[in-house]
Design a protein around this ligand. Structure first.
Ligand code: NAP
Ligand code: ZN
Ligand code: ZN
Length: 353
């Protein structure tokens, strides 16, 4: 019997999120049933709810930074035990046999990966619902083991924000002696600063104003640039080996390319609805690279979680009840996030609304 579960979602792009009931399947043999404790709010949830990318199917229940406890096991599920603290990120299924899946890059599955929310489920004609809900059922292959000793609410944002920044930092050579700039000090950006600093890089934050300067220093940034100040990016010349751009809205990408050293890389992870045009001359005169990076596969996500467990890297969060999601979206929309909202799902489990 499918289970009725309390959730928060919306039925139209301009409607607020509201309490709703959704169905979760009975665990099939390799499934794990998870009671969700916390779910982070990523800007991608907001893009999706508003249909910024033009692909949203309604009703939608967002949420892909999920931490919970194993509450049920399918008959052949063997990787976890009841009571284990586990995580679920963006990926909940893929074909498992294509070269991308075999390489642990399930997000590039040739059959198309199934995302934890707003994704058509394989072999079923139903859509996935995400972590703004009290429980979910996921194949054990896509469930992550949470490291011991981390606060589960603060660790939830690692499931998307953490892997989306860890992966490009590793891919593009972050390490001791490397000059790294992080653009946008929001959910992804603040984790990028902590991770890059933990890897030994000299970190600069590039933010729209000086409002977050002190926080940036506390997180490990050595320098701070406020783009709202005239000539801010050009004063010190081109000095970055790697720039990680986490900005969610329209901004000047060429100016960032201009701040790269020769052979430097601008890695884009932010996904503004509008494009990000780049001047070829800026790239050619300096052998510079513009790259992109899309979350990370299951093995790399586990590697990132284990790394964060060892280094004690977690998010700075504001924990909210589900009833405050709409207010949190408004604040995130105006850049007023310090630095990730995390929903405490006990807020809808307790009162049953
Ligand atoms: P967030 O918490 O809202 O942070 C975004 C930050 O970007 C803001 O805090 C602000 O930082 C800056 N910003 C926003 N609009 C700006 C503008 N128009 N010009 C300049 N700066 C601006 O968002 P997030 O959750 O970190 O997500 C960031 C982006 O990454 C989103 O587009 C999201 O969809 C995308 N994303 C991509 C992946 C992937 O796989 N590649 C995964 C997750 C999310 P300051 O206050 O410092 O200026
Ligand atoms: Zn995300
Ligand atoms: Zn595949």
């Amino acid at each position: 019997m499918p289970k009725q579960v309390a959730a928060y979602g919306t039925r139209a792009p301009n409607a607020p999120l509201e309490s709703m009931t959704i169905e979760r399947r009975d665990p099939t043999p390799h499934d794990v049933g998870i009671d969700i404790l916390y779910c982070g709010i990523c800007h991608s949830d907001l893009h999706k709810v508003r249909n910024d990318w033009g692909s949203t199917h309604y009703p939608i229940v967002p949420g892909h930074e999920i931490v919970g406890r194993v509450a049920a096991l399918g008959s052949e599920a063997s990787r976890y035990q009841k009571g284990d603290l586990v995580g679920v990120g963006c990926l909940v299924d893929s074909c498992r046999v294509c070269p991308a899946c075999k390489a642990g890059r399930e997000m590039f599955c040739e059959q198309g990966a199934t995302i934890s929310f707003d994704s058509l489920e394989k072999g079923r004609d139903s859509w996935t619902y995400g972590g703004y809900s009290t429980s979910m059922v996921v194949d054990e292959r896509y469930v992550l083991r949470m490291p011991k000793g981390l606060d589960p609410a603060k660790a939830a944002p690692l499931l998307c924000g953490g892997i989306t920044t860890y992966s490009p930092l590793r891919q593009f050579g972050c390490g001791p002696g490397v000059s790294v700039a992080v653009v946008g000090l929001g959910g992804l950006g603040h984790l990028a600063v902590k991770l890059a600093a933990s890897m030994g890089a000299e970190v600069t934050v590039i933010s729209t104003s000086r409002a977050k300067e002190r926080d940036a220093a506390r997180m490990g940034a050595r320098h701070f640039i406020a783009t709202g100040e005239h000539g801010a990016l050009t004063t010190d010349g081109a000095r970055f080996d790697l720039i990680l751009d986490t900005v969610s809205g329209p901004h000047d990408v060429d100016a960032l390319v201009g701040a790269l050293r020769n052979f430097g890389t601008l890695a884009l992870v932010g996904l503004p609805g509008q494009g990000a045009p780049v001047d070829a001359t800026e790239l050619v005169h300096g052998n510079k690279r513009v790259a992109g990076s899309n979350i990370g596969g299951i093995p790399e996500t586990q590697e990132m979680l284990d790394y964060c467990g060892e280094r004690r890297v977690v998010a700075d969060i504001e924990t909210i009840p589900a009833s405050q999601i709409n207010e949190a979206y408004k604040r995130m929309d105006r850049g007023d996030v310090r630095y990730r909202f995390v929903i405490d799902l006990a807020s809808i489990r307790d009162d049953g609304t």
